[in-house]
Design a protein around this ligand. Sequence first.
Ligand SMILES: CC(C)(COP(=O)(O)OP(=O)(O)OC[C@H]1O[C@@H](n2cnc3c(N)ncnc32)[C@H](O)[C@@H]1OP(=O)(O)O)[C@@H](O)C(=O)NCCC(=O)NCCS
Length: 374
Amino acid sequence: MNDEIKKGLLGIVVDETTVSQVMPDINSLTYRGYAVQDLCEKCIFEEVAYLVLNGELPNKSQLNKFKKELDKNRNITINLREIIKHMPKKSHPMDVARTAVSVMGLEDKETNNNSSEANMRKAIRIFAKTPTAIAAFFRARKGKNVIPPKKNLSFSENFFHMCFGKVPKKEIVKAFDVSLILYAEHSFNVSTFTARTITSSLSDIHGAITGAIASLKGPLHGGANEEVMRMMNKIKKPENANKWINNSLDKKEVVMGFGHRVYKSGDSRVPTMKKYFKKVAEITKDKKFHKIYDIVEKVMIERKNIHPNVDYPTGPTYHLMGFDTDFFTPIFVISRITGWSAHIMEQHKANKLIRPLSKYSGEKYRKVLLLNQR
Ligand SMILES: CC(C)(COP(=O)(O)OP(=O)(O)OC[C@H]1O[C@@H](n2cnc3c(N)ncnc32)[C@H](O)[C@@H]1OP(=O)(O)O)[C@@H](O)C(=O)NCCC(=O)NCCS
């Protein structure tokens, strides 16, 4: 037995996947063989969601059918809506999202059916309903009425509609769509691996996605997009940025939105997202965060040679779109449900219980003394 420890499973290949490929050497990320940059420019998010779930890009009639399926499944039950309305207002929306998917599992007639067909139906239901649940909390915690989904709006348009009661300019919707495309899938990251681990005991998709959401919440993973915004708010104005980031590095602090376990010379998703962040900044006539972005990025690369990851541009982009900071990671969730679901289905198809070993470093063998002898 090889008892060498690889903390954090660093560099360990644990299984195969056909869902996506991360190639850090050539700075590339593909979903089912298609480069994400290409998908961002040529597709809407629903096409990419279909691709991630089914393995192929849809033709027109397949896309229309998929959109109709989503429309049909977007409503959440009155029960779930009431639960969301009664959740503590201070709850983190990620905890609300996790609980909502868990409740969907209680309500779903096929929860215990792990066949490929049932899993695909459940994946579509979770994918369609989760944005509705998240948007319901977005409004309910502010004492506002919950807005139901509207037929014939796109996935992204519907999310804006349910959160704000209106759909913004098409350029803003496109930037949001692009962020969802970039967030949809990223191989064996922490939350996906969590989902696959849960699945490996032959547990159900609702449970696996509930666990994945809990995993994504952490600031070293999806929660980083929220932390980026908190950092930018602390910096306040571009004139402070240089000093702020240098101080932070002097204190050896971890700067959120930078660094990556796999990409060491830049995250392949960043140039595309940065381009759309800039567009949103121009439309909203708010260039402050863009200037802070550039200064912090420059210092991080010059001093540490550490590049931004995709959470760095998405954070301020969502802020400029009007979303509350603690809703940034739930937005990540509504997209990544596609990647998680694809991996859960892949795990079911060729399952092997995930059960690593550990090296024991606790007390040596001890004799139990009776209570009155201790
Ligand atoms: C993502 C992350 C966890 C990857 O970590 P990892 O592969 O385990 O790499 P390490 O944390 O061991 O980092 C290697 C070195 O770079 C430094 N480093 C990595 N990311 C850093 C960051 N964001 N800010 C400052 N220093 C960083 C580490 O301090 C470490 O330095 P050391 O060797 O002097 O101790 C890490 O980069 C990080 O914490 N980033 C911030 C959170 C974030 O943005 N997460 C979203 C990821 S998509």
